[in-house]
Design a protein around this ligand. Structure first.
Ligand code: NAD
Ligand code: MG
Length: 393
């Protein structure tokens, strides 16, 4: 039986993964090693019982007592804290879902690669922060990373049987997010509630807000660069409000292969779960005659400064991805807390990158994981300073 672990099991990707594991046979078909979550310990315990997991881990020490109580009599071990999450990743599994949100997902995914199995990677922040290190670790242990981000799964599928040497460009699509049709002047006043609703996808709050600001697409450009090893100038972003074409690959003979599907993450998760097979998946089928038209447009650079920042980050390389992601996370925290406005997020990230660049803190490296985590911490500190200055002014 295939041993599986799910990091971030109680989130949006985690719930969809659980749904597929259950519909594909549950504990009869999989031996579940570890499931992790946050404060929703009731749901985590419910999932762990349903799948008969070895261990359930909450990210928070103060949730351990509740988790233990919820698991009483189940035979599932309970643990808490970041070290316990990392230790859970050290338990051998054949297939691991990395679906914690943010840079907190990096360490467990990195550690899971040591088992030489498959890492289904939803946590794009890992590749943005530590792309070359993750890819090298996978290669060293004979592990396979399969993309779960819908655009990257789409590209991966379009590339089956193809040679990267024949690829001219990769185009990832963007819905344009919650504010794509708002007049620019209004963006300054956009509220957290308004930014937290996505026109097409049901996702966690953070990625939904990142979709409205296009920071999500900025992260995905870097993710594409790291995962497919493609030059930054060959990565394109196209606004496609219907979210039905997820990505396209253009080849040197002028042909393009596009991947279409309903906006439902169970397709990409299911592809990674069943690869190299294609299993029957419970996602809606597209009726293109009814849909009628698909539309595309170039993203407006003034509306989406995050895309320009992503190109600058890729040009610098080194520790810049780690700093970019961390500054973005800090700016997003501040927006959610009501401390800065929607459009200020990009200004904060840009100011942090400028400051770190002047300090000479971005160029070299990454030498090892500790260096990356230091760059991450430094960027969060600079972001806090920038945010405090802006609030004081
Ligand atoms: P979510 O907020 O719904 O869930 C996040 C999960 O991580 C939860 O289980 C939460 O308890 C856990 N978590 C949060 N902070 C943690 C911490 N500090 N330490 C340990 N665990 C923590 O997020 P999501 O929307 O499911 O996204 C998860 C990842 O997948 C993100 O990297 C996101 O960018 C990526 N992704 C999501 C979607 C989607 O449809 N939701 C699509 C593509 C990529
Ligand atoms: Mg995506």
């Amino acid at each position: 039986m295939r041993r599986v672990s799910v990091f971030g099991a109680t989130g949006s990707i985690g719930e969809n993964t659980f749904d597929l594991l259950m519909s594909q046979g549950g504990r009869e078909a999989y031996r579940t090693v570890a499931l992790t979550g946050g404060r929703n310990v009731a749901r985590l315990a419910e999932m762990a019982r349903a799948l008969g997991a070895e261990v359930a881990v909450t990210a928070y020490d103060d949730c351990l007592a509740d988790l233990k109580a919820a698991l009483a009599g189940s035979g599932v071990e309970a643990a808490a804290g970041p070290a316990a999450i990392a230790a859970a990743a050290d338990r051998p599994a054949d297939w691991t879902m990395s679906a914690i949100v943010g840079a907190a997902g990096l360490v467990p995914g990195f550690r899971a690669l040591a088992h030489g199995g498959t890492l289904a990677l939803a946590n794009k922040e890992s590749l943005v922060t530590a792309g070359p290190m993750l890819m090298a670790k996978a290669a060293a242990h004979g592990a396979r990373i399969l993309p779960v981000d819908s655009e990257h799964s789409a590209v991966f599928q379009a590339l089956v049987g193809e040679d990267m040497g024949t690829v001219e460009h990769i185009t990832i699509t963007a819905s344009g997010g919650a504010f794509r049709d708002w007049p620019m002047e209004r963006l300054v006043q956009a509220t957290v509630a308004e930014a937290s609703t996505h026109p097409n996808w049901a996702m966690g709050q953070r990625i939904t807000i990142d979709s409205a600001s296009m920071f999500n697409k900025a992260l995905e450009m870097i993710e594409a660069r790291e995962f497919f090893g493609i030059a930054p100038e060959r990565i394109e972003v196209l606004v496609h409000p219907e979210s039905l074409v997820h990505a396209m690959v253009g080849f040197r003979d002028g042909g393009m292969i596009a991947h279409l599907g309903a906006p439902d993450m169970r397709h990409a998760i299911g592809y990674a779960l069943n690869w190299p097979e294609r299993a029957h998946l419970p996602v809606a089928r597209l009726d293109l005659a009814r849909i009628g038209a698909l539309t595309f447009r170039a993203p407006d650079p003034a509306r989406y400064p995050a895309l320009r920042l992503a190109r600058e980050v890729m040009a610098v390389g080194g520790l810049c991805g780690a700093a970019f992601n961390a500054a973005k996370e800090a700016a997003l925290d501040a927006f959610i807390a009501g401390r800065v406005g929607f459009t200020v997020m990009a200004e904060v990230v840009e100011a942090v990158l400028e400051a770190l660049s002047q300090e000479g803190a971005l160029g070299n490296g990454p030498g090892d994981l500790d260096m990356l985590l230091e760059a991450d911490a430094l960027a969060r500190q600079r972001a806090a300073e920038v945010i405090a200055r802006r609030q004081g002014s």
